[in-house]
Design a protein around this ligand. Structure first.
Ligand code: ASP
Ligand code: MG
Length: 440
Protein backbone atom coordinates (compact mmCIF):
# COMPACT_ATOMS: atom_id res chain seq x y z
CA UNK A 1 0.00 0.00 0.00
CA UNK A 2 1.05 3.58 -0.63
CA UNK A 3 1.01 6.59 1.68
CA UNK A 4 0.27 9.89 -0.07
CA UNK A 5 0.81 13.20 1.66
CA UNK A 6 -0.68 16.42 0.31
CA UNK A 7 0.71 19.73 1.50
CA UNK A 8 -0.96 23.03 2.37
CA UNK A 9 -1.27 24.35 -1.19
CA UNK A 10 -2.65 21.02 -2.43
CA UNK A 11 -5.58 21.37 -0.02
CA UNK A 12 -5.47 25.18 -0.03
CA UNK A 13 -8.50 25.85 -2.23
CA UNK A 14 -11.63 24.16 -3.51
CA UNK A 15 -10.04 23.72 -6.92
CA UNK A 16 -6.91 22.15 -5.53
CA UNK A 17 -8.86 19.77 -3.33
CA UNK A 18 -10.65 18.68 -6.49
CA UNK A 19 -7.25 17.98 -8.08
CA UNK A 20 -6.30 15.89 -5.07
CA UNK A 21 -9.48 13.87 -5.42
CA UNK A 22 -8.61 13.06 -9.03
CA UNK A 23 -5.13 11.94 -8.02
CA UNK A 24 -6.25 9.61 -5.25
CA UNK A 25 -9.47 8.19 -6.69
CA UNK A 26 -8.06 5.27 -8.68
CA UNK A 27 -9.83 2.60 -6.68
CA UNK A 28 -6.73 1.32 -4.89
CA UNK A 29 -6.51 1.34 -1.10
CA UNK A 30 -4.24 4.04 0.25
CA UNK A 31 -3.47 6.23 3.20
CA UNK A 32 -3.74 9.96 2.65
CA UNK A 33 -2.00 12.38 5.01
CA UNK A 34 -3.11 16.00 4.81
CA UNK A 35 -1.56 19.26 5.96
CA UNK A 36 -3.63 22.21 7.05
CA UNK A 37 -4.86 24.51 4.25
CA UNK A 38 -2.03 26.85 3.29
CA UNK A 39 -1.83 29.88 5.55
CA UNK A 40 -3.87 28.29 8.34
CA UNK A 41 -1.00 27.15 10.55
CA UNK A 42 0.65 30.57 10.23
CA UNK A 43 -2.60 32.23 11.29
CA UNK A 44 -2.93 29.80 14.20
CA UNK A 45 0.63 30.68 15.24
CA UNK A 46 -0.28 34.36 15.21
CA UNK A 47 -3.46 33.67 17.21
CA UNK A 48 -1.38 31.80 19.81
CA UNK A 49 1.10 34.68 19.87
CA UNK A 50 -1.67 37.21 20.44
CA UNK A 51 -2.87 35.12 23.40
CA UNK A 52 0.70 34.89 24.67
CA UNK A 53 1.08 38.67 24.48
CA UNK A 54 -2.27 39.28 26.06
CA UNK A 55 -3.93 40.95 23.10
CA UNK A 56 -7.13 38.87 22.90
CA UNK A 57 -8.89 41.34 20.57
CA UNK A 58 -6.27 40.76 17.93
CA UNK A 59 -6.70 36.99 18.36
CA UNK A 60 -10.50 37.23 18.13
CA UNK A 61 -10.34 39.25 14.93
CA UNK A 62 -8.08 36.67 13.29
CA UNK A 63 -10.26 33.79 14.50
CA UNK A 64 -13.40 35.35 13.08
CA UNK A 65 -11.91 36.08 9.70
CA UNK A 66 -10.42 32.57 9.45
CA UNK A 67 -13.84 31.16 10.40
CA UNK A 68 -15.44 33.11 7.55
CA UNK A 69 -12.90 31.90 5.03
CA UNK A 70 -13.55 28.28 6.05
CA UNK A 71 -17.28 28.75 5.57
CA UNK A 72 -16.62 30.09 2.07
CA UNK A 73 -14.48 27.05 1.25
CA UNK A 74 -17.13 24.69 2.61
CA UNK A 75 -19.78 26.36 0.45
CA UNK A 76 -17.58 25.96 -2.61
CA UNK A 77 -16.74 22.34 -1.86
CA UNK A 78 -19.87 20.81 -0.40
CA UNK A 79 -23.07 21.22 -2.35
CA UNK A 80 -24.65 18.32 -0.50
CA UNK A 81 -26.72 20.06 2.17
CA UNK A 82 -26.42 17.47 4.90
CA UNK A 83 -22.63 17.25 4.51
CA UNK A 84 -22.33 21.02 4.24
CA UNK A 85 -24.16 21.57 7.51
CA UNK A 86 -22.36 18.71 9.30
CA UNK A 87 -18.96 20.16 8.38
CA UNK A 88 -20.02 23.69 9.33
CA UNK A 89 -21.10 22.37 12.70
CA UNK A 90 -17.73 20.66 13.24
CA UNK A 91 -15.81 23.72 12.06
CA UNK A 92 -17.83 26.02 14.33
CA UNK A 93 -16.94 23.85 17.32
CA UNK A 94 -13.26 24.28 16.47
CA UNK A 95 -13.63 28.04 16.16
CA UNK A 96 -15.52 28.14 19.45
CA UNK A 97 -12.61 26.33 21.05
CA UNK A 98 -10.26 28.95 19.58
CA UNK A 99 -12.44 31.79 20.91
CA UNK A 100 -12.48 30.19 24.36
CA UNK A 101 -8.68 29.94 24.26
CA UNK A 102 -8.47 33.72 24.11
CA UNK A 103 -9.74 33.78 27.71
CA UNK A 104 -7.32 31.09 28.80
CA UNK A 105 -3.89 31.63 30.25
CA UNK A 106 -1.17 30.97 27.69
CA UNK A 107 0.80 27.73 27.92
CA UNK A 108 2.80 25.68 25.45
CA UNK A 109 0.12 23.01 25.59
CA UNK A 110 -2.53 25.58 24.70
CA UNK A 111 -0.37 26.73 21.80
CA UNK A 112 0.04 23.15 20.57
CA UNK A 113 -3.70 22.56 20.83
CA UNK A 114 -4.33 25.71 18.82
CA UNK A 115 -1.81 24.65 16.15
CA UNK A 116 -3.41 21.21 15.88
CA UNK A 117 -6.72 22.62 14.63
CA UNK A 118 -5.52 23.28 11.07
CA UNK A 119 -5.06 19.60 10.20
CA UNK A 120 -8.27 18.64 12.03
CA UNK A 121 -10.15 21.15 9.85
CA UNK A 122 -8.65 20.13 6.50
CA UNK A 123 -9.06 16.39 7.03
CA UNK A 124 -12.65 16.65 8.23
CA UNK A 125 -13.62 18.81 5.28
CA UNK A 126 -11.81 16.66 2.76
CA UNK A 127 -13.31 13.43 4.07
CA UNK A 128 -16.80 14.91 3.73
CA UNK A 129 -15.96 16.00 0.20
CA UNK A 130 -14.89 12.47 -0.76
CA UNK A 131 -18.14 11.12 0.68
CA UNK A 132 -20.07 13.61 -1.45
CA UNK A 133 -18.18 12.34 -4.50
CA UNK A 134 -19.08 8.74 -3.70
CA UNK A 135 -15.57 7.71 -2.68
CA UNK A 136 -15.29 5.28 0.21
CA UNK A 137 -13.15 7.05 2.75
CA UNK A 138 -12.74 7.30 6.51
CA UNK A 139 -10.77 9.34 9.01
CA UNK A 140 -8.01 7.75 11.08
CA UNK A 141 -7.42 10.31 13.87
CA UNK A 142 -3.68 10.91 14.17
CA UNK A 143 -4.03 11.54 17.89
CA UNK A 144 -5.11 7.91 18.28
CA UNK A 145 -1.72 6.63 17.17
CA UNK A 146 0.95 9.29 16.50
CA UNK A 147 3.22 9.83 19.50
CA UNK A 148 6.64 11.22 20.31
CA UNK A 149 8.85 10.23 23.24
CA UNK A 150 10.86 12.38 25.65
CA UNK A 151 13.54 12.96 22.99
CA UNK A 152 10.81 14.17 20.61
CA UNK A 153 11.41 11.14 18.41
CA UNK A 154 8.49 9.09 17.09
CA UNK A 155 7.65 6.19 19.40
CA UNK A 156 7.61 3.65 16.58
CA UNK A 157 6.45 0.62 18.57
CA UNK A 158 3.53 2.50 20.05
CA UNK A 159 2.65 4.00 16.68
CA UNK A 160 2.76 0.62 15.00
CA UNK A 161 0.44 -1.02 17.54
CA UNK A 162 -2.00 1.84 17.72
CA UNK A 163 -2.07 2.42 13.99
CA UNK A 164 -2.95 -1.23 13.48
CA UNK A 165 -5.81 -0.97 15.98
CA UNK A 166 -7.18 2.18 14.36
CA UNK A 167 -6.85 0.70 10.91
CA UNK A 168 -8.43 -2.64 11.77
CA UNK A 169 -11.43 -0.93 13.31
CA UNK A 170 -12.39 0.45 9.90
CA UNK A 171 -12.91 -1.78 6.90
CA UNK A 172 -14.77 -1.33 3.63
CA UNK A 173 -13.06 1.89 2.68
CA UNK A 174 -10.50 2.68 -0.01
CA UNK A 175 -9.07 5.88 1.37
CA UNK A 176 -7.91 6.35 4.91
CA UNK A 177 -7.36 10.02 5.70
CA UNK A 178 -5.24 11.20 8.58
CA UNK A 179 -3.78 14.44 9.89
CA UNK A 180 -0.15 15.25 9.28
CA UNK A 181 1.95 17.19 11.80
CA UNK A 182 -0.03 16.52 14.97
CA UNK A 183 0.79 13.95 17.65
CA UNK A 184 0.73 13.29 21.36
CA UNK A 185 3.78 13.76 23.53
CA UNK A 186 5.10 11.30 26.11
CA UNK A 187 2.45 12.36 28.65
CA UNK A 188 -0.34 12.30 26.07
CA UNK A 189 -0.61 16.04 25.64
CA UNK A 190 -1.23 17.38 22.14
CA UNK A 191 2.03 18.20 20.41
CA UNK A 192 3.42 18.29 16.89
CA UNK A 193 6.30 17.20 14.69
CA UNK A 194 7.48 20.81 14.11
CA UNK A 195 6.56 23.08 11.24
CA UNK A 196 6.33 21.23 7.94
CA UNK A 197 5.95 17.99 9.92
CA UNK A 198 3.27 16.41 7.74
CA UNK A 199 6.00 14.99 5.50
CA UNK A 200 7.42 13.31 8.57
CA UNK A 201 3.99 11.91 9.52
CA UNK A 202 3.79 10.31 6.07
CA UNK A 203 7.15 8.55 6.29
CA UNK A 204 6.57 7.47 9.90
CA UNK A 205 3.33 5.80 8.79
CA UNK A 206 5.14 4.47 5.72
CA UNK A 207 7.72 2.86 7.98
CA UNK A 208 5.30 1.28 10.46
CA UNK A 209 3.12 -0.26 7.76
CA UNK A 210 6.09 -1.05 5.50
CA UNK A 211 4.46 0.88 2.68
CA UNK A 212 5.29 0.14 -0.90
CA UNK A 213 6.04 3.84 -1.43
CA UNK A 214 5.51 7.21 0.23
CA UNK A 215 4.50 10.10 -2.00
CA UNK A 216 4.86 13.73 -0.97
CA UNK A 217 2.61 15.90 -3.15
CA UNK A 218 3.41 19.61 -3.15
CA UNK A 219 3.23 22.59 -5.49
CA UNK A 220 6.59 22.09 -7.19
CA UNK A 221 7.79 19.36 -9.54
CA UNK A 222 10.32 17.76 -7.19
CA UNK A 223 13.54 18.70 -5.42
CA UNK A 224 15.43 21.25 -7.50
CA UNK A 225 19.18 21.40 -8.09
CA UNK A 226 19.33 24.90 -6.58
CA UNK A 227 17.01 27.26 -4.76
CA UNK A 228 14.45 28.46 -7.38
CA UNK A 229 13.70 31.54 -5.25
CA UNK A 230 17.20 32.91 -5.89
CA UNK A 231 18.50 31.22 -9.01
CA UNK A 232 17.00 31.09 -12.51
CA UNK A 233 16.82 27.94 -14.63
CA UNK A 234 16.88 25.44 -11.82
CA UNK A 235 15.56 21.99 -12.67
CA UNK A 236 14.08 19.07 -10.76
CA UNK A 237 16.46 16.23 -9.91
CA UNK A 238 14.91 12.94 -10.93
CA UNK A 239 16.83 10.67 -8.60
CA UNK A 240 18.29 11.20 -5.17
CA UNK A 241 19.59 8.71 -2.66
CA UNK A 242 18.26 8.76 0.89
CA UNK A 243 21.52 10.31 2.09
CA UNK A 244 21.49 13.06 -0.49
CA UNK A 245 17.85 13.89 0.24
CA UNK A 246 18.51 13.90 3.98
CA UNK A 247 21.41 16.35 3.59
CA UNK A 248 19.41 18.64 1.31
CA UNK A 249 16.34 18.64 3.52
CA UNK A 250 18.43 19.31 6.61
CA UNK A 251 20.47 22.05 4.99
CA UNK A 252 17.69 24.15 3.66
CA UNK A 253 15.74 22.59 0.79
CA UNK A 254 12.32 23.83 1.81
CA UNK A 255 10.39 21.15 -0.01
CA UNK A 256 10.97 18.49 2.66
CA UNK A 257 10.83 18.47 6.44
CA UNK A 258 14.42 17.75 7.60
CA UNK A 259 13.59 14.39 9.19
CA UNK A 260 11.44 13.06 6.36
CA UNK A 261 13.66 10.31 5.01
CA UNK A 262 14.90 8.98 8.35
CA UNK A 263 12.02 6.59 9.12
CA UNK A 264 12.08 4.93 5.67
CA UNK A 265 15.78 4.92 4.85
CA UNK A 266 16.59 1.72 6.70
CA UNK A 267 13.87 -0.32 5.02
CA UNK A 268 14.55 1.27 1.65
CA UNK A 269 10.96 2.46 1.20
CA UNK A 270 11.08 4.91 -1.73
CA UNK A 271 9.82 8.46 -1.33
CA UNK A 272 8.49 10.17 -4.41
CA UNK A 273 8.05 13.94 -4.59
CA UNK A 274 5.22 14.93 -6.91
CA UNK A 275 3.45 18.07 -8.06
CA UNK A 276 -0.32 18.19 -7.44
CA UNK A 277 -0.71 20.83 -10.15
CA UNK A 278 1.20 18.72 -12.72
CA UNK A 279 0.73 15.07 -11.76
CA UNK A 280 2.33 13.77 -14.96
CA UNK A 281 5.69 15.40 -14.23
CA UNK A 282 8.18 12.78 -13.00
CA UNK A 283 9.14 14.67 -9.83
CA UNK A 284 11.93 13.27 -7.69
CA UNK A 285 12.42 9.69 -6.63
CA UNK A 286 14.33 9.25 -3.40
CA UNK A 287 15.62 5.70 -3.01
CA UNK A 288 18.53 3.53 -1.99
CA UNK A 289 20.14 3.92 -5.42
CA UNK A 290 23.55 5.54 -5.04
CA UNK A 291 24.94 4.97 -8.52
CA UNK A 292 25.15 8.60 -9.72
CA UNK A 293 28.22 10.61 -8.76
CA UNK A 294 29.05 14.31 -8.76
CA UNK A 295 27.48 17.50 -7.45
CA UNK A 296 23.74 17.16 -7.82
CA UNK A 297 22.24 19.96 -5.83
CA UNK A 298 22.85 23.01 -3.71
CA UNK A 299 20.77 24.20 -0.79
CA UNK A 300 21.12 27.11 1.59
CA UNK A 301 20.08 27.46 5.20
CA UNK A 302 19.79 30.95 6.70
CA UNK A 303 19.73 32.36 10.22
CA UNK A 304 22.83 30.53 11.24
CA UNK A 305 25.00 31.75 14.10
CA UNK A 306 28.71 30.99 14.12
CA UNK A 307 30.57 30.80 17.41
CA UNK A 308 34.34 30.87 17.61
CA UNK A 309 35.74 29.43 20.81
CA UNK A 310 39.35 30.21 21.41
CA UNK A 311 41.52 28.69 24.07
CA UNK A 312 45.17 29.55 24.63
CA UNK A 313 46.15 25.96 25.10
CA UNK A 314 43.93 23.76 23.03
CA UNK A 315 46.44 21.16 21.93
CA UNK A 316 47.56 20.24 25.41
CA UNK A 317 44.14 20.69 26.92
CA UNK A 318 42.62 17.33 26.17
CA UNK A 319 38.97 17.28 27.10
CA UNK A 320 38.54 20.81 25.75
CA UNK A 321 36.10 19.80 23.01
CA UNK A 322 34.21 17.64 25.46
CA UNK A 323 33.75 20.68 27.70
CA UNK A 324 32.58 22.73 24.72
CA UNK A 325 30.08 20.11 23.59
CA UNK A 326 28.74 19.68 27.09
CA UNK A 327 27.70 23.33 27.14
CA UNK A 328 25.62 22.84 23.99
CA UNK A 329 24.26 19.56 25.31
CA UNK A 330 23.06 21.21 28.54
CA UNK A 331 21.24 23.83 26.52
CA UNK A 332 19.73 21.25 24.15
CA UNK A 333 21.20 23.07 21.18
CA UNK A 334 22.51 21.03 18.30
CA UNK A 335 25.59 21.91 16.33
CA UNK A 336 25.50 21.86 12.52
CA UNK A 337 29.00 22.61 11.27
CA UNK A 338 32.31 22.43 13.05
CA UNK A 339 35.89 23.25 12.12
CA UNK A 340 38.95 23.23 14.32
CA UNK A 341 42.41 24.69 14.33
CA UNK A 342 45.22 24.44 16.80
CA UNK A 343 43.91 27.23 19.00
CA UNK A 344 40.27 27.58 18.23
CA UNK A 345 37.13 25.76 17.26
CA UNK A 346 34.35 27.35 15.21
CA UNK A 347 30.90 25.90 15.12
CA UNK A 348 27.43 26.84 13.99
CA UNK A 349 23.95 26.57 15.45
CA UNK A 350 20.58 27.31 13.90
CA UNK A 351 18.65 27.65 17.13
CA UNK A 352 19.90 30.71 19.00
CA UNK A 353 17.27 30.72 21.76
CA UNK A 354 19.88 29.84 24.38
CA UNK A 355 22.76 31.72 22.79
CA UNK A 356 23.31 34.13 25.69
CA UNK A 357 23.57 31.40 28.31
CA UNK A 358 25.74 29.27 26.01
CA UNK A 359 28.15 32.17 25.48
CA UNK A 360 28.21 33.00 29.21
CA UNK A 361 29.17 29.42 30.05
CA UNK A 362 31.79 29.15 27.31
CA UNK A 363 33.35 32.42 28.44
CA UNK A 364 34.27 30.78 31.71
CA UNK A 365 37.04 28.86 29.95
CA UNK A 366 37.57 30.44 26.52
CA UNK A 367 37.26 33.66 24.60
CA UNK A 368 34.23 33.80 22.33
CA UNK A 369 33.31 35.56 19.12
CA UNK A 370 29.79 35.38 17.74
CA UNK A 371 28.80 36.07 14.12
CA UNK A 372 25.11 36.24 13.31
CA UNK A 373 23.36 36.42 9.90
CA UNK A 374 25.32 33.53 8.47
CA UNK A 375 24.19 31.09 5.80
CA UNK A 376 25.23 27.50 5.25
CA UNK A 377 25.52 26.65 1.59
CA UNK A 378 25.49 22.92 1.20
CA UNK A 379 26.58 21.02 -1.90
CA UNK A 380 25.30 17.50 -2.16
CA UNK A 381 26.02 14.53 -4.36
CA UNK A 382 27.48 11.05 -4.10
CA UNK A 383 31.22 10.96 -3.55
CA UNK A 384 31.48 14.67 -4.31
CA UNK A 385 34.47 14.99 -2.08
CA UNK A 386 36.43 13.21 -4.81
CA UNK A 387 34.70 14.71 -7.80
CA UNK A 388 36.63 16.83 -10.30
CA UNK A 389 34.30 19.85 -10.13
CA UNK A 390 34.81 19.99 -6.37
CA UNK A 391 38.40 21.03 -6.82
CA UNK A 392 37.28 24.18 -8.60
CA UNK A 393 35.23 25.41 -5.69
CA UNK A 394 37.81 27.77 -4.26
CA UNK A 395 38.40 29.24 -7.70
CA UNK A 396 34.69 29.70 -8.38
CA UNK A 397 34.23 31.38 -5.05
CA UNK A 398 37.44 33.37 -4.96
CA UNK A 399 35.54 36.67 -4.43
CA UNK A 400 33.26 35.34 -1.71
CA UNK A 401 34.37 35.49 1.89
CA UNK A 402 34.05 31.96 3.24
CA UNK A 403 33.85 31.88 7.03
CA UNK A 404 34.00 28.10 7.45
CA UNK A 405 34.22 25.06 5.21
CA UNK A 406 33.36 21.50 6.01
CA UNK A 407 34.78 18.87 3.69
CA UNK A 408 35.01 15.16 4.29
CA UNK A 409 32.49 14.94 7.13
CA UNK A 410 30.65 12.67 4.76
CA UNK A 411 31.47 11.80 1.18
CA UNK A 412 28.22 13.35 0.04
CA UNK A 413 28.35 16.83 1.45
CA UNK A 414 30.50 19.93 1.34
CA UNK A 415 29.25 22.84 3.41
CA UNK A 416 30.38 26.43 3.26
CA UNK A 417 29.52 29.11 5.77
CA UNK A 418 29.17 32.61 4.36
CA UNK A 419 27.55 35.88 5.37
CA UNK A 420 23.86 35.88 4.39
CA UNK A 421 24.35 38.99 2.27
CA UNK A 422 26.58 36.92 -0.05
CA UNK A 423 24.07 34.10 -0.43
CA UNK A 424 22.46 35.01 -3.74
CA UNK A 425 25.80 35.72 -5.43
CA UNK A 426 27.22 32.47 -4.10
CA UNK A 427 24.26 30.34 -5.20
CA UNK A 428 24.37 31.89 -8.66
CA UNK A 429 28.12 31.54 -9.09
CA UNK A 430 28.01 27.92 -8.06
CA UNK A 431 25.09 27.37 -10.39
CA UNK A 432 26.86 28.88 -13.39
CA UNK A 433 30.01 26.84 -12.98
CA UNK A 434 28.60 23.59 -11.71
CA UNK A 435 25.37 23.21 -13.65
CA UNK A 436 25.48 25.56 -16.62
CA UNK A 437 28.78 24.24 -17.95
CA UNK A 438 30.44 27.64 -17.79
CA UNK A 439 34.17 27.03 -17.67
CA UNK A 440 36.67 28.89 -15.59
N1 ASP B 1 0.54 22.58 8.84
C1 ASP B 1 1.85 22.42 9.36
C2 ASP B 1 2.73 23.60 8.95
O1 ASP B 1 2.28 24.51 8.26
C3 ASP B 1 2.48 21.13 8.98
C4 ASP B 1 2.69 20.93 7.49
O2 ASP B 1 2.09 21.62 6.68
O3 ASP B 1 3.47 20.05 7.14
O4 ASP B 1 3.85 23.66 9.35
MG1 MG C 1 5.90 21.27 3.66
Amino acid sequence: MKVLKFGGTSVGSVENMQHVKHIIADGSKKIVVLSAMSGTTNTLVSIANAIRHNTPDEAIEKINSLHESYFATIDGLLLDEALNSDVKHYVTEIFNFLLESTYTEFSITLENEILAQGELLSTYMFNAYLKQEGIRSALLPALDFMKINTSKEPDLNYIKDRFKLAWEAISDVDIYITQGFICLDEVDKVSNLQRGGSDYTATIIGAVIRAEEVQIWTDIDGMHNNDPRYVDNTYPISNLSFDEAAELAYFGAKILHPQTVLPVRQDGIPVRLKNTMDPDAFGTLISGDTSENGIKAIAAKDQITAIKIKSGRMLQAHGFLKKVFEVFETHETSIDMITTSEVAVSLTIDDDRNLDSIVAELEQFASIEVDTDQTIVCLVGHSIVNHESTFKLFQILKDVKIRMISYGGSRNNISLLIHSKDKITTLNKLNDYLFELVTL
